[in-house]
Write a protein that binds this ligand. Structure first.
Ligand code: DON
Length: 570
């Protein structure tokens, strides 16, 4: 019934051709040629971080050492998303024990947070309050998250791993064209706070391509973290600097919030898709459950009748996504605060949901609330790492939108997140990604806001097959789901999989998003005939994927050609 294609044998054949087509099609200059590595592989959102990771493999580091160093390096060289002022999730497989675990280092609401904190006296949402400035920030988790990973599995000294990032901040790095463009686009927002402007608008202008960006305060903070571990961030001078920043800008994170912040090891969401075993992130990310729903809803269909860009497949995929995202809005939130129904991945439940699918007509999302288009804010970042020992690390972390709250902690040199906007600030009011929520994701003190981040591992016959993940807000989940389907069902190579045009539906707003200029007019016409509201959006997300050959263990990392990432290894 289903087509399963032996993708492992098709890679060399298709790789070069797709490189050329992909580069032409996307007009990108940094697209990767398929490379295979024996010892370790890394795909990240910047060439500097990828090179540092590859060098560490050469020095004998394992996937965890590399992941920690890449995460900290991105805090310096990818300031729009890389961070120590945000939080995220790690999905890991320990090659020795073969155990798969997840680490939740998501930000938490400060203890003074409350349900109506972003509403005025008439219960209207106050513009920008949950996205800009101190009140928008959750208590950061990245530093202790990376430390916990290193402590559990790392082999190289912590000081050395952090030291790499610290000295990059200290001596500076050369800004590339894409980062310069990013700075230019956000010039106004970056000038909102003097502390931020001092760093990212030296002399009143954003750094240009070829300029050296030096971040002395960030270096100081990183050196403290190198020598003191998490205490260098959550206690002492750095904590006091955060406290002063909060007082100056009416924020509510206290030194106690920082001292009591904790990370949590959680069991992954795990499910079968065809013969594969897929692990992804459990709540407080919606990623694993919604990814699981989409894939399980699609699973029984015979996709060999379609192509990956056919209107029939796009319709099927988006209708299943519509159903899954409707569940997201109602049922998902921080499991430590809200009882999430246990049956969201049960086959009888999903069979019933699948029964709502009409192959020729778009479903109707209940338009009870005003939908707003998901805006193009691209700033979360994902990196994938694996090594010859069978260790796999997928980390997605974020300060939420580009440059987070836009507020740099004075004297500490890092941007704070604006993750409070991922809570449902008022039932039915969409957040920056157009996502709606209610009771399950309301603001409560100490609670973690619902996420879509979906670091994911795929195993085949008990062996590593894929490490993947991406930024993209609500689109994260559909990008990861499409990658898995395109790779396994449509038999695309890793490069084809990463560069493949994307579609997205998230229930509300009731819009089928298609990647701009990537789909034939006939495809659009058929989808419109089915009743879809189509909106084209520019190239989005930044998928970082590693394919591991089942037969010989060779690792092939691919970084999304849409952005400025790169892949490497040793
Ligand atoms: O946790 C989440 O789902 C969002 N804060 C992720 C933000 C994101 O991916 C922004 N960039 N594309």
């Amino acid at each position: 019934m289903k087509s399963t294609i032996d993708y492992t044998k098709r890679i060399v054949l298709n790789g070069t051709l797709l490189f050329l087509l992909g580069a032409l099609f996307l007009g990108c200059s940094n697209f990767n040629i398929t490379n295979y590595y024996e010892n370790g592989a890394v795909a990240s959102s910047t060439p500097i971080a990828t090179k540092i990771g590859s060098d560490l493999f050469r020095q004998g580091g394992n996937a965890f050492d590399v992941a920690v160093a890449v995460g900290l390096t991105l805090a310096v060289v990818h300031p729009e998303a890389g961070n120590i002022g945000g939080g995220g999730f790690a999905l890991i497989r320990d090659g020795k024990s073969k155990e798969v675990r997840t680490l939740d280092f998501r930000e938490k609401a400060p203890m003074a947070a409350h349900q109506d904190m972003f509403l005025d006296n008439d219960s209207n949402v106050i513009d920008d309050l949950s996205t800009l400035g101190a009140l928008a920030s959750g208590v950061p988790g990245t530093v202790v998250g990376l430390y916990e990973l290193w402590e559990a599995y790392g082999t190289l000294p912590w000081e050395n791993l952090v030291g790499i990032a610290a000295s990059l901040a200290d001596s500076g790095f050369i800004v590339d064209q894409k980062l310069a463009e990013k700075f230019a686009v956000y010039k106004n927002e970056l000038s909102e706070f003097e502390e931020t402007a001092d760093i990212f608008l030296p002399g009143g202008n954003t750094p240009k391509a070829g300029d050296r960006l030096i971040q002395k305060d960030l270096a100081k903070t990183l050196y403290k973290i190198a020598s003191q571990g998490p205490d260098g961030f959550y206690k002492g001078e750095t904590a006091e600097l955060i406290d002063s920043c909060m007082k100056k800008y009416d924020g509510i994170i206290t030194t106690e919030d920082l001292e009591t912040y904790d990370v949590i090891w959680r069991k992954p969401i795990v499910f079968n898709f065809d013969s594969l075993l897929i692990y992804s992130m459990p709540p407080p990310s919606s990623g694993g459950i919604i990814l699981g729903q989409i894939l399980k809803l699609v699973e029984p269909f015979d996709l060999s009748r379609y192509t990956s860009q056919s209107p029939e497949f796009i319709h099927l995929f988006c209708e299943m996504s519509r159903l899954a995202f409707a569940d997201r809005s109602e049922h998902l939130g921080d499991p430590d605060y809200y009882a999430i129904p246990s049956g969201l991945l049960d086959s009888t439940y999903l069979d019933k949901r699948r029964g709502l699918f009409d192959p020729e007509h778009a479903g109707l999302s209940e338009i009870t609330f005003p939908g707003i288009p998901a805006i193009e804010s691209e700033e979360t970042t994902h990196f994938s790492v694996c090594d010859k020992h069978g260790n796999m690390v997928a980390i997605t972390y974020t300060i939420n939108t580009s440059f987070g709250s836009k507020l740099v902690v004075d004297g500490a040199g890092f941007l704070l997140n604006n993750e409070m906007d991922d809570f449902s600030v008022k039932p039915g009011v969409p957040n920056v990604f157009g996502l709606i929520g209610g009771e399950a994701n309301k603001i409560e003190p100490g609670k973690r806001m619902l996420s879509s981040m979906s670091p994911t591992l795929v195993l085949k016959n008990g062996k590593p097959l894929l490490v993947l993940g991406t930024p993209g807000g609500s689109k994260i989940i559909t990008v990861v789901a499409q990658a898995i389907i395109n790779f396994t069902r449509f038999g695309l190579t890793p490069i084809e999989t990463v560069s493949h045009p994307r579609c997205h539906h998230q229930w509300l707003p009731d819009i089928l998003y298609l990647e701009e200029g990537s789909f034939d007019i006939n495809v659009l016409q058929t989808l419109i005939r089915y009743g879809h509201n189509i909106k084209e959006i520019s190239h989005y997300s930044d998928l970082q994927l590693i394919y591991i050959d089942e037969d010989n263990g060779l690792m092939s990392p691919v970084s999304d050609p849409r952005k400025r990432g790169s892949s490497g290894g040793y």
